[in-house]
Every structure is written in structure tokens, then in C-alpha cells.
Design a protein around this ligand. Structure first.
Ligand code: ARG
Length: 464
């Protein structure tokens, strides 16, 4: 067979190279289960509209159910039909006709592959989103567990990659947990827009059969039928939005990975990654490379590429369906696969992370990260903040010239710059003092962080 489902119109065979360009079975075979489920619901809908008798419906449903069982048991069987069927829809229809004979030819009544593919993709995307939501949850749990383990570990916080102020390691972990919590919320929102049923739109103008679209949508677990048949068959913004959610989550993972890569360098020396997620060098025997994290970082580029790809495909397309839309699938499938792998790797990286607490603390004590504390101390003594900022700036310069930390300066060094400074300055310069002053909601104070851990745990309990 060379013309698949549309023999009648053509005399000549399709060119083999054209077939190679045009066939989507090599990748849309992944929609097999969804295509059969959609077909089962469609058979019921056209039976409801009087197109099939009860007996015909029963026969078609039985045959489709056995195809469904086969698809679930042997998902690779369909690959034997590569080069034979153009796409997953033609494959299912051919198999159905082979199984029930001429009756199988009735199934496509009032339906087009255009509404069919849009429906299959929405069903597939919905399932994939649900799986990702579960994986995001596991990644969040591993971040909260890390925060819990390291709630007493003090780390230098950076801006401009310069040591800025001491923070708790837990606060760092919870920053990424907050990002992933937003990714969950975004993806759940997006799911609501994915979960709309295009069936009944036919090729572009709406089917001519009086089917109950509301019931059909519900049968497939959709919240409602689509509102406009042109839009339903031509729109792929549900894919773009899903890909944005994925790309954004991957960017969060990428930033986290980048932090950890830096933290694992000998220059920082804050963490050690487990052997199971690192690799050695083929040449340099001493190396332990953070490959898992480098790939979390690297894969994000590819996922951003998928988002750009679908947006670019869509941007100039006239209504309604155009074959360009067939290019929607591979970026979606690929991004889903990549983000899934990345999310599942996160707990392995974090659960096996050894934090070198002393090294973190030593680093937090260096780099004059407590200079803001000194300025705040002066403010507490009635010095206006701008003035305090200047005084501390001079004190830092003085300490740098003597190669000492602020807390290593003698009291006279302090009083030379500012008479108001007293011996209580040394208490103010301690790391724990600075942290304890940041108990504001969302701050890095130990109590605020303990509460944040509780809040995160509670939100993870509520979820699912
Ligand atoms: N394989 C096609 C796709 O993925 C299915 C829809 C085909 N529709 C058509 N009018 N040729 O988009």
C-alpha cells in the first residue's frame, strides 16, 4: 500500500523519499495507547449519533480493546509497521479493519486525523505532566531533606560570585525547593489548559454528526470540549506552554547544578558528590568529575531548544491544520524524556551529597562577609546607615591591609575609625549573631529556616 488512507484521489505511487519525509510513525508510535483510547470514545460518540448500531459498537469496541491490550503488552510491535503505515492513526485504522473487516471502515465517520492527533497529543501530554509532577515532588523532598540535614551549616552567600553575607546551607537548598514548587504550580495550571477535548472538530469546520461533545470529552477525562474547531485543530499552544514549564524547571535545575559544581571544586571545597553520580578521567587519575550536575546544566539548553522549536514552527502558520504541525511531537517527546531523567537524578545527587561543614563555615568567616553586621551594629548605636557604611568600608580596607579578618582587629583599630564602637563589637561580628538577626519571614535565621522547612514539608504532604 502506498497511499494509506487516501487512495482514491491518486494514480501514482508516493515517492519513497517523500514517504520518508512525510511519515510520522517513526515517532508518533508513542501515541498508540492514546489513539486507541480516543477511538474507543469516538466509536461510542458516533453510535450515540446513530452512525453505528449497538451491535456494531460492541464489535468495534471489543476489537479496539484487544488492540489496546496488545499495545500495552507489546508497545514495540507497532515498530514492525515502519515504512508501511504513514502514522499511528493509519496504523490503528488498518489493524482495526484487518480485525473486523468492513465495519472498521466506519470508525472514521465524522472524524479527521486533525482532531484525532490533537486529541492524542493532549491525552499524552496530560499523562506526561502527571508523571513529571510526581518526579518534581521527589526532587523537592530531596531538597527539603538536605535542608533538614544542613540546618546548622553556615555557608557564605554570594552576589556577583563575591562572598556577600553568611547564610544557612538549608536556606540555599530551600531556595531551589521554592523554585521547584513554582514549577509544580505552573505545570498544574498548564494541565488545565491541556485537558480540553478537540474531538468533534473534524478537519477544521466541525463534524456534521450530532455527537454529544460534552459526554465525549468526559469519557476521555477531559474537563470540556474545545470551543472552536479551527482553533482546536490548529493550535499547539498547549505544547508550547508545557515546553515552557519544562524549560523553566530545567533552568532551575541547571542553576542548582552550577552552584554544586562550583561548591565541589577544590577552590570552594564545600561539598563532595557521591561516587555513583560522578565519573573519573581517562587520563588524570586524581579526577572526580561532577558529570551528573554538568548534564543537568547541559540538558537545559536542549529543552530550551524544544520550546523555541515549537514556537518557531507555529509563528507563521495560517489557519487551520498544516503539515508543519507534525513537527510538534519530537520536541515534546524529547523534552519530556530529558526533564524526566534530570528530575529523577536530582534525589540521587542530593541524597549522596556530603557537605564539608567546617569548610563552609570557614569560608563564611572569610571574605568580610560580616561587614554588613558591623554596619548594622553602628546603626544600632545611632550612626546613620550611610555613615556606618563608610566607616565599615574603611575598616575593611584597614583589615585587608593587615591581612586579618574584621573580628581580628584590635579594639583601638575600631575606635580609631569610630568612637562609638565598644568591646561588644566582637559579639556582633560572630557568624551566629548575624544569622540570628535574620529571622524575618523568608530570611536565613535558624528559626525562620526551621519554619520554612516545616512549611515545605506541609505543602508536600498536601500534594497528591
Ligand atoms: N501525522 C499527522 C500529524 O502528526 C496527523 C495529522 C494528519 N493530517 C493531515 N491532514 N494530513 O500531524
Amino acid at each position: 500500500m502506498s497511499r494509506g488512507l487516501a487512495q482514491g484521489r491518486f494514480d501514482a505511487e508516493a515517492d519513497p523519499l517523500f514517504r520518508q519525509l512525510n511519515d510520522s510513525l517513526p515517532f508518533d508510535h508513542r501515541l498508540l495507547v492514546q489513539d486507541i483510547e480516543g477511538s474507543i470514545a469516538w466509536a461510542a460518540a458516533i453510535a450515540g449519533a446513530g452512525v453505528l448500531s449497538a451491535d456494531e459498537l460492541a464489535q468495534l469496541t471489543t476489537a479496539l480493546n484487544s488492540l489496546l491490550a496488545e499495545a500495552k503488552a507489546s508497545p514495540d510491535l507497532i515498530l514492525q509497521s515502519l515504512g508501511r503505515d504513514e502514522d499511528v492513526h493509519s496504523y490503528v485504522e488498518r489493524r482495526l479493519i484487518e480485525s473486523v473487516g468492513a465495519l472498521g471502515k466506519k470508525l472514521h465517520t465524522g472524524r479527521s486525523r486533525n482532531d484525532q492527533v490533537a486529541t492524542d497529543l493532549r491525552l499524552w501530554t496530560r499523562g506526561a505532566i502527571d508523571a513529571r509532577l510526581g518526579e518534581l515532588r521527589e526532587a523537592r523532598i530531596s531538597l527539603v531533606n538536605l535542608a533538614d540535614r544542613e540546618r546548622a551549616t553556615i555557608l557564605p552567600g554570594y552576589t556577583h560570585l563575591q562572598r556577600a553575607q553568611p547564610i544557612l546551607f538549608a536556606h540555599w537548598a530551600l531556595a531551589y525547593e521554592s523554585m521547584l514548587a513554582r514549577d509544580v504550580a505552573r505545570l498544574s495550571d498548564c494541565r488545565a489548559r491541556v485537558n480540553i477535548c478537540p474531538l468533534g472538530s473534524a478537519a477544521l469546520a466541525g463534524t456534521t454528526y450530532p455527537i454529544d461533545r460534552v459526554k465525549l470529552a468526559r469519557d476521555l477525562g477531559f474537563t470540556s470540549p474545545s470551543a472552536n474547531s479551527l482553533d482546536a485543530t490548529a493550535d499547539r499552544d498547549f505544547i508550547a506552554e508545557t515546553l515552557f514549564c519544562i524549560a523553566q524547571a530545567s533552568v532551575h535545575l541547571s542553576r542548582m547544578a552550577e552552584d554544586l559544581i562550583l561548591f565541589m571544586t577544590q577552590e570552594y571545597g564545600f561539598v563532595e558528590m557521591g561516587d555513583s553520580v560522578t565519573s573519573g578521567s581517562s587520563l588524570m587519575p586524581q579526577k572526580k568529575n561532577p558529570d551528573a550536575c554538568e548534564l543537568l546544566r547541559g540538558k537545559s539548553g536542549r529543552m530550551i531548544g524544544s520550546l523555541v522549536s515549537i514556537l518557531t514552527t507555529m509563528k507563521g502558520l495560517p489557519l487551520a491544520y498544516n503539515k508543519d504541525l507534525q513537527e510538534d511531537k519530537e520536541p515534546l517527546f524529547d523534552a519530556m524524556e530529558q526533564i524526566s531523567m534530570c528530575l529523577r537524578v536530582v534525589p540521587r545527587v542530593l541524597d549522596g551529597l556530603k557537605v564539608r561543614r567546617d569548610a563552609c563555615r570557614d569560608a563564611a568567616m572569610g571574605g568580610y562577609a560580616n561587614a554588613t553586621e558591623l554596619a548594622d551594629y553602628l546603626v544600632g548605636k545611632g550612626v546613620p546607615f550611610r555613615e556606618a557604611h563608610d566607616i565599615v568600608g574603611r575598616l575593611v580596607r584597614h583589615a585587608i591591609s593587615k591581612y586579618v579578618k574584621l573580628e581580628e582587629l584590635a579594639l583601638v583599630d575600631f575606635t580609631e575609625q569610630c568612637k562609638t564602637i565598644g568591646p561588644d563589637v566582637y559579639e556582633a561580628l560572630k557568624l551566629d549573631t548575624g544569622l540570628a538577626r535574620r529571622e524575618v519571614l523568608g530570611g536565613t535565621g535558624p528559626k525562620a529556616v526551621a519554619e520554612a522547612i516545616e512549611r515545605a514539608r506541609a505543602s508536600l504532604r498536601d500534594f497528591h
